[in-house]
Design a protein around this ligand. Structure first.
Ligand code: S3P
Length: 444
């Protein structure tokens, strides 16, 4: 356990490059492992979650190397070419790594066992196992289909047409990755669109993949057994990591920061829209395209925020950003209402409960419903002065540290270690911008 304390800070100033996008990093390693030839990845997130996926694709027979300059190379084995791992694949804290790899394994004739940390072993996997079984894989997990779990895949997978019962990019991606080695068309229909990094990257690697709007929703159709060729991938900065300095700069008076090279995929920008609705001053500059993904530079200046109603339909485009949005809401004037948050209960922790508990401990008026959250901001800094249990959840950890930068009294999180999963160097990056973060008990 590594406690960390955030103290009330002055204005944030400067420029900071946030680490690479977690979702895109996992996909670059996995799709690179299924391509023929070399994939060169620049800007890969070198966090714990992605390192676990790199180790897993290595155990499945792809050659993966990373050098000191941050360039990663994957020599893929081609579709259907991965080999049985000799040991358990330990995905640590990573739901994305575990679920996407389940899809890959499902259409390979081999058996593998997946496990992870206490948090990942609690997370539901039936949502992935169910469609993969329809494709011909055998998936056996603990009660409720929890990890450790075994997948025995098939070399003769069936292409399916599947309507997602939950809005989940991970489930969609698992089916598409399994469909890569199934002859014919695999179609996933999503009533509410989710992040489309898998679709964009498969197209970038040469797969035939089409997206169509239908009466049932967004239909993604992949033709199986394409020849994927190794490619160059430039991973943009993670908008879900940028969210922390963006909110910190918005709530600390006088702040002005710049964040170059942040991913602007429209399925990920719900937080920016919501913060703007609240009155935030965020400029999007130099929009461009990098390896099929939209990217831009962001400028953020402090602003007086107002409470808003966040529509439930926006949830998939900001699903990981509710903890930090709740912090912005706690510093705003008026009530912010967030709906459609059921999925937050099955993230790295029960995030809905963790946000409500943490805000209440920091003196913020909050109401937690089954899948709603109401945060009553007074327009003045929260009291703070609390200890926060992070329950192996990196985003809860970072969110409450940001709250502590604005609060009247310091906020201490019990363990900063999980931050490494998605945002290595968080404390240093925030410190360089002027945030007062220090090891607990070490008043700076
Ligand atoms: C992710 C999808 C989302 C998100 C997670 C990353 C992805 O999960 O919360 O952090 O990379 O596909 P769900 O698919 O469970 O919504």
């Amino acid at each position: 356990m590594r406690p960390l304390t955030a103290r009330r800070s002055d204005a944030l100033q400067g420029t900071a490059a946030v680490p690479g996008d977690k979702s895109i990093s996992h996909r670059a390693l996995i799709i690179g492992a299924l391509a023929v030839g070399e994939t060169v990845i620049e800007g890969l997130l070198e966090g714990e979650d992605v390192r676990r996926t790199a180790a897993a694709v290595g155990a499945l027979g792809a050659a993966v190397t990373g050098d000191d300059s941050g360039t990663w190379r994957v020599w893929g084995r081609g579709i259907g070419g991965l080999v049985e791992p000799e040991d358990v694949l330990d995905l640590g804290n990573s739901g994305t790594g575990a679920r996407l790899l389940m899809g890959v394994l499902a259409s390979h004739p081999l058996s593998a066992v997946l496990s992870g940390d206490d948090s990942l072993r609690r997370r539901p996997m039936a949502r992935v196992a169910e469609p993969l079984r329809r494709m011909g894989a055998q998936v056996v997990g603990r009660a409720g289909c929890r990890l450790p779990l075994s997948v025995t895949g098939t070399g003769e997978a069936l292409a399916i047409r599947y309507r997602l019962p939950v809005a989940s990019a991970q489930v969609k991606s698992a089916i598409l990755l399994a469909g890569l080695n199934a002859p014919g068309a695999t179609t996933v229909i999503e009533p509410t669109p989710t992040r489309d990094h898998t679709e964009l990257m498969l197209a970038h690697f040469g797969a035939a993949i089409e997206v169509e709007q239908t009466d049932e929703g967004r239909a993604v159709r992949l033709i199986g057994q394409p020849e994927l060729a190794g490619r160059g991938v430039r991973v943009p900065g993670d908008p879900s990591s940028a969210a922390f300095p963006i909110v910190a700069a918005s709530i600390l008076p006088g702040s002005e920061i710049r964040l170059p090279g942040v991913g602007m995929n429209p399925h990920r920008t719900g937080l920016l829209q919501t913060l703007r609705d609240m009155g935030a001053r965020i400029e999007v500059e130099n929009p461009r395209d990098e390896a099929g993904e939209p990217v831009a530079d962001l400028s953020v200046a402090a602003a007086a925020l107002k409470g808003v109603e966040v529509p439930a339909g926006r949830a998939p485009s900001m699903i990981d950003e509710y903890p930090i949005l709740a912090v912005a809401a706690a510093c705003a004037e008026g009530t912010t209402v967030m709906r459609g948050l059921g999925e937050l209960r099955v993230k790295e922790s029960d995030r809905l409960a963790a946000i409500a508990r943490g805000l209440a401990a920091c003196g913020v008026a909050v109401e937690e419903g089954e899948d709603t959250l109401r945060v009553h901001g007074s327009g003045t800094p929260p009291a703070g002065g609390a200890g926060i249990e992070t329950a192996l959840d990196h985003r809860i950890a970072m969110s409450f540290l940001v709250l502590g930068l604005a609060a009247a009294r310091p906020v201490t999180i019990d363990d900063a270690t999980p931050i490494e999963t998605s945002f290595p160097g968080f404390a240093r990056l925030m410190g360089d911008l002027g945030a007062r973060l220090c090891a607990a008990g070490n008043g700076r």
